[in-house]
Design a protein around this ligand. Structure first.
Ligand code: MN
Length: 244
């Protein structure tokens, strides 16, 4: 199995090294990641300037690794173009969760989505970061268990996986869409000028069965996603009310 690994934290992130190490147990691995951090870039692609594909300045033992001057989705599009017959794209492990409505901004998830658009399986993997960096050694057995589960399935699919800092099991979940944690916080720069930070604020506990609920309760959250955004109920309702 050919496994391409991307992320949005950039080629230097310890999360991508941790993921590559586990992924090696499942097949042939290649790393293609942004040369600088591209978090919260969503599914942006670069179309107004050329992209470059250069050897990674840091070593991934036994793995070919490249850096791209573009977005996470660029890395997947270019990486799979230059490495034919890629079977699956893994994105992460992101330093920070990608849960609920936060998925809309996620560059980590976008890399996995790009894989599915191109006809490959895509799996996004993320973990929260507290005051200390994630203990990727401790997470490794759960990453391996998750990959064994999801890589075994033959069908084309998109999965969003989030690991709590100390997992106690795995759960199938749905996306929590009840609340949104994005907030604008005003501040002042050293010159006294007003500026603004886009940040996230803690939310009230999530509904049982959702991705946020699972991670809050110490479970690895695995959410199967789809690319079709059509609101089926609304489509049905409109078609009945206003036949066109
Ligand atoms: Mn990130």
């Amino acid at each position: 199995m050919r496994i391409l690994i991307a992320n949005d934290d950039g080629i230097y992130s310890p999360g991508i090294a941790a993921l590559a190490k586990v992924a090696k147990k499942f097949g042939e691995v290649r790393v293609v990641a942004p040369d600088v951090e591209q978090s919260s870039m969503g599914h942006a692609v670069t179309h107004s300037r050329p992209l470059t594909y250069k050897k990674s300045p840091i070593e991934f033992p036994g793995i070919e690794a490249y850096r791209v001057n573009g977005t996470p989705a660029d890395c997947v599009a270019l990486g799979t173009h230059l490495w034919s017959n890629t079977d699956v794209v893994l994105s992460g492990i992101n330093m920070g969760p990608n849960l609920g409505n936060g998925m809309w901004h996620s560059g980590t998830l976008a890399a996995a989505k790009q894989a599915v658009l191109l006809g490959m399986k895509g799996i996004a993997l993320s973990t929260p970061v507290g005051n200390t960096e994630p203990d990727f050694e401790a997470l490794a057995p759960y990453v391996e268990e998750t990959l064994a589960l999801l890589l075994e399935k033959k069908e084309l699919a998109l999965y969003n996986v989030n690991f709590p800092s100390e997992p106690r099991g795995l759960k199938w979940t749905r996306q929590s869409v009840r609340l949104y944690d994005g907030t604008i916080i005003p501040g002042t720069d050293p010159m006294g000028r007003k500026h603004y930070w886009f940040t996230v604020t803690p939310l009230e506990p999530a509904e049982e069965g959702t991705d946020r609920w699972a991670v809050e309760n110490g479970f690895v959250s695995i959410t199967p996603l789809r690319l079709d955004l059509t609101n089926e109920m609304e489509l049905q309702k409109l078609s009945n009310e206003h036949p066109l």
